[in-house]
Design a protein around this ligand. Sequence first.
Ligand code: CO
Length: 209
Amino acid sequence: MSTAAVFDNNKSWANAIKKSNPDFFNNLAKGQDPDFLFIGCADSRVPAAQVMGLGPGDVFVHRNVANLVDHTDTNIQAVIEYAVAHLGVRHIVVCGHSGCGGVKASLTHTDLGVLNPWIRVIKDVYYAHKAELDALEGEARVARLIELNVMAQCLNVAKTTSVQAATREGKAPQIHGWVFHLETGLLQDLEVDIASEQQAMADIFGVTA
Ligand code: CO
């Protein structure tokens, strides 16, 4: 596809919206008040607002390879701070997806250059759940690691300075772990419970939660 085609598409898109709602873009320019922060994979097949049936202004979005929430990543830490402290989002969603290339890569020993330290975060999730994952094979192992990775990243969201501060003020956003299934287009709620997730990790590492 050429960039000229993209600009044509953009004009048609904007015109179609203006036709059905003449004030749409004027209102959009006034500001944003999204209910959701969506943290998803950068994969081209996971367009955040679109899969939620929402549009411009509805979802604050951060996407990276394999939807990771790393404490050393100032990019995502800034996104979470802005979303929680300034926009006051009510929900933070970590959304993985079926067939995630980043998760698949973490299960190999291939040298991926600068991706190696990034994917290391998923390898840590693998090592924490090694017994469970080693009992599975092929696609089943990938699918389970995709879920476990989402749950681990939800816990990382809960541990951020921004969410901890909001919790102290009684304004904690709800944290959700979802998986987007490419084969059906459907979102699955993993019903992540942060307290029990924290306890599970404490049990794995033999420490007090
Ligand atoms: Co992915």
